[in-house]
Design a protein around this ligand. Structure first.
Ligand code: UT7
Length: 313
């Protein structure tokens, strides 16, 4: 037995930074950012911390799931922007929630949430866990070189969380890594300054080819057809990437969830943030099929096919 999603939650910082705000610090324009990426604004951390945003999203997900933190068997935080290397963000969340289970951080960059679900699947199948909390937090604003217009306009901060319980919601999951392509996207501390270095055009090609090959492959491995899919949640990196993937598949474009205009690219948080928004807007009905696909630093990629059956007793 694997898992089903029992509840979702999310959180974002208070401060909204619009494209026009960015025009004051780098040589860019709302027209360039909107037409090349679809992004209009993003949330940027000021007084919030990784823990405060993660705790807020986790608390909302537990409430939605009607699960007590004391009943959790495992907490996985997917992040590359935790406050400390140790203690892990997951341990800080565990303490704050009053949970008594193992807790661990994983880093698969923008694919972190999918990797966390794939790992959780193994814990459920082995019988080690009955309730798992997955938190995906990232705040790439602190890694971005705010003088580099080719990257600083892309990213935003946020957090998404899900509570998983035993069930038959996960139909298939797959994750990949191509370390030989790692130099295309690096978030490092360089000479003490945290910067993101990205060969945007190559990542763009990787993203489109990953999305258009992984999605049909995962759907087939789940024993389904593309016409069975109700929603596709693709990592929100660029509206053009999502449109290019949609054009290559036999899934109607309006089944692709898009919220990049409000959040920008929130790295590991982008898929669970989107899922939470859809859940809270009552867009998800029991029995619907959702495909979630991410790609990013590593380079990593992964896809989960789930049946939404949150209401199942
Ligand atoms: O989460 C996973 C990681 N990230 C991604 O998935 C990102 C994937 N890549 C992309 O989304 C796109 O490649 C970008 C949005 C990053 C860039 O779009 P592009 O269409 O590939 O533009 P480009 O890099 O080829 O740049 C075109 C022009 C250049 O000027 P020249 O050389 O043609 O004169 C850039 O200098 O646009 C210029 N440019 C900008 N102009 C205004 C680059 N950034 C900006 C900017 N404002 N912010």
């Amino acid at each position: 037995m694997s898992f089903r999603i029992l509840g979702t939650g999310s959180s974002v910082p208070k401060k909204i930074v619009t494209n026009d705000d960015l025009c004051k610090i780098v040589d860019t324009s709302d027209e360039w950012i909107t037409s090349r990426t679809g992004i209009k604004a993003r949330y940027i951390t000021e007084e919030e911390t990784p823990l405060s945003l993660s705790y807020e999203a986790a608390t909302k997900a537990l409430k939605d799931a009607k699960v007590d933190a004391k009943d959790l068997d495992l907490i996985i935080c997917a992040t590359l922007s935790a406050e400390y290397q140790s203690p892990s963000l997951a341990c800080l969340v565990q303490k704050e929630l009053g949970a008594v289970c193992p807790a661990v951080d994983i880093n698969a960059a923008c694919t972190g949430f999918i990797y966390a679900l794939d790992m959780a699947d193994s814990y459920f199948k082995s019988g080690k866990c009955k309730k798992v909390l997955v938190v995906a937090f990232d705040a790439l604003s602190k890694f971005v070189n705010w003088k580099d217009r080719s990257t600083c306009v892309l990213f935003g901060d946020g957090c998404g969380a899900v509570v998983l319980g035993e069930g038959k919601g996960l139909l298939h999951s797959q994750v990949h890594a191509q370390g030989d392509m790692s130099s295309l996207l690096i978030g490092d501390l360089g000479d003490g300054k945290p910067y993101i270095h990205m060969i945007g055009k190559e990542i763009y090609k990787f993203a489109v080819s990953t999305g258009s090959t992984e999605i049909p492959d995962a759907i087939e491995k789940a024993g389904l057809k593309q016409s069975d899919v109700d929603h596709v949640i693709l990592h929100q990196a660029n509206r053009r990437i999502m449109e290019a993937v949609a054009e290559r598949l036999e899934i109607e474009k309006d089944k692709f969830a898009i919220n990049i205009e409000e959040y920008g690219n929130t790295c590991s948080a982008s898929i669970p943030l989107t899922l939470d928004k859809m859940n809270r807007n009552n867009l998800l009905k029991d029995g619907q099929i959702i495909v979630m696909t991410a790609f990013g630093g590593g380079l990593t990629s992964g896809t989960c096919v789930i049946e939404w059956n949150k209401g199942e007793k």
